[in-house]
Design a protein. Sequence first.
Length: 216
Amino acid sequence: MSAFYKSAEEFLAADPLVQVEFPLAVGDRLSSLHSYSLYSALKSLEPWLEECPTVLINSIAGVLVHNQQIETHCNSQLQLRVPISRASRLYALAGKRLSVGQGSIALQPPTIRPLMCKKNLRSRIVTINLRDYEGSNPPTDLFLAAANRKLQGLGIQGEPSLALRRGEPQRRVIKIQGKFITGYAVEVKGLSEEDSLKLQQFGLGGRKTMGGGWFE
């Protein structure tokens, strides 16, 4: 286990994560590739989010409209996983309108809840740096093997696979300052309660404050 995971594991043991969920006003629009802009907007208001190594931030779900934009609907939420000792700090964001790139979202009062154990978990996008591959579209076999190694490094026993749509792996991207980072939707099945919580807290791969490796 790497030094990062060792320190993060100690951090989580002392201060486990909870999920903070802000319902969003209906009808707001933002880019479908908004993850980096969302993280930038949040850390400008709450700088400790950047300093805390275990924070995860999910991308926002919405209805795809046009010109790579999504529109928030009645179930759209801003979701964060933060240490329980710091969760109450986020109440200060309630009622604010947050500028996200060229769009914005209105944050309703949040709820805070514990993470729930699930035998099977899924992530919309996992990004992994494949050091021996320099292309923009990592081969699925290399990617899945790397994901499996990372799970083993965390001590998580489960059955990882690439989530399929119409029989094909779901390739997705995260846009960071004009650069596109490619990843895949990933499922992990057969998790114990302990490993389910561990995967939800650690995430998998990189860009965890930009929707990457968020499992639910």
